[in-house]
Design a protein around this ligand. Structure first.
Ligand SMILES: [Mn+2]
Length: 396
């Protein structure tokens, strides 16, 4: 017999599907959240037959259970952990641990892609085109490569995963992987997925109007409450508010926090680690501890949501050497313009002492310190007309 303990997201369930394709009735699969894995490991060690081979994928046990598993492995050699999280790399110190974050060619891994390689290499599963494609979609979704590659099929697969129950998803996917030559959605799924994409867009648009910003240590964080679509939300908010170092997504019901960043200069697994959590450099999570509650909920509850930059401008554009106009909620005006080789700021028409080598630096300064955002063209044009009038009357 085999037992697989895996994560309860698409990548984790991808491993479960592969295990069932490889071992059929001979495997018991249990999906876990990050926090429930340790209970399952303890249950396994106390209750399962010593003949059962244990796989753990996409998750890592706590220190205590690493010791227990190591002792168990010493007795019968029947443990294999496969993961791709940076925070699990120390498990490579054990014979039963195999953690690979990226390949030599820079290609990022996922638990599903690693487990697939393992099963095929050990002649436990035969490679097929349909499975190859499924595994690659899961990998691209889990690593966010799909976005760079504009591989919307990978995103759609994850959306489908959350639209149906895990049991239904497993069953449908296994049937397809066994019987089809390639991997695709059926007509009904395609219609459903279109509706779901629209729904996600509307959800994200709403959340853009709720986000607040706060300085946390040396970093600026954007904070938002949301129960769903954390990955999409973290990515879209990160891009809309690129002046923020990372995005904090609070799930109050689940008492969990997700941390996301689109930047390379921040490691959100370290941010999560500060609150007893972990994960990847660009995506991580932790429990909503008392300290985190104070930091992200109590201390920010009174804050007003951020504005958004005006989108459809033709005149008030970024990096325009003539000047770009920003406004705070309190009606302070900032003009960011290029002069004598430097980006300079006028606050309410008085030149500030700070100057910047790049436009982005100047904009970051305005957004971080003043929460000033790009104004719409009509406001900008009105501002310019007033300027001209003032100049003319001054000349008279
Ligand atoms: Mn994963």
């Amino acid at each position: 017999m085999y037992k697989l303990l895996s994560h309860n997201d698409l990548d984790g369930v991808g491993c479960g599907i592969l295990a069932k394709l490889a071992f059929n009735q001979e495997v018991k699969v249990r999906y876990n959240s990050v926090s429930s894995l340790n209970r399952e490991i303890e249950f396994f060690l106390e209750n399962d037959s010593p003949d059962t081979f244990l796989f753990i994928t996409d998750l890592s046990p706590n220190e205590e259970n690493v010791k227990r598993l190591n002792a168990h492995f010493g007795e019968n050699g029947k443990v294999q952990l496969i993961d791709h999280h940076k925070t699990a790399l120390h498990l490579n110190d054990y014979e039963w641990g195999s953690v690979v974050v990226e390949r030599e060619d820079g290609k990022l891994t996922s638990a599903t892609s690693l487990f697939y390689e393992f099963l095929v290499l050990n002649n436990l599963l035969e490679a097929r085109d349909s499975i190859n494609e499924f595994v690659e979609l899961v990998r691209q979704y889990d690593t966010w490569e799909w976005e760079k590659n504009e591989n919307h099929k990978a995103h759609a697969l994850n959306s489908l995963f959350y639209l149906v129950s895990i049991d239904d998803f497993e069953e449908t996917m296994m049937e397809r992987l066994r019987n089809s030559d390639d991997f695709d959605f059926d007509e009904f799924e395609k219609r459903l997925l279109n509706m779901e994409e629209d729904k996600i867009d509307r959800y994200i648009r709403r959340k853009k109007r709720e986000i607040v910003q706060a300085k946390v240590g040396e970093y600026y964080a954007g904070i938002v409450y949301a129960e769903s679509y954390h990955s999409e939300l973290g990515n879209e908010l990160g891009k809309e508010y690129a002046h923020l170092d990372y995005i904090v997504i609070l799930n109050m019901g689940g008492k969990r926090i997700s941390y996301r960043t689109i930047h390379d200069h921040v490691d959100v697994s370290a941010v999560a680690g500060h609150f007893g959590g972990g994960g990847h450099q660009k995506a991580s999570g932790s429990a909503l501890t008392d300290v985190a509650y104070k930091q992200f909920v109590l201390d920010t509850f009174h804050l007003e949501p951020l504005q958004e930059d005006a989108k459809k401008n033709r005149y008030n554009l970024k990096e325009s050497a003539f000047g770009t106009l920003y406004k705070t909620k309190g009606d302070d005006l900032f003009l960011l313009y290029h002069q004598n080789g430097k980006w300079t700021v006028d606050k309410n028409k008085k030149t500030m002492s700070e100057t910047f080598t790049t436009f982005d630096e100047g904009e970051r300064f305005l957004k971080r310190n003043f929460e000033a955002f790009l104004v719409k063209d009509d406001f900008f044009v009105e501002y310019l007309i007033k300027e001209v009038k003032n100049n003319n009357s001054n000349k008279k």
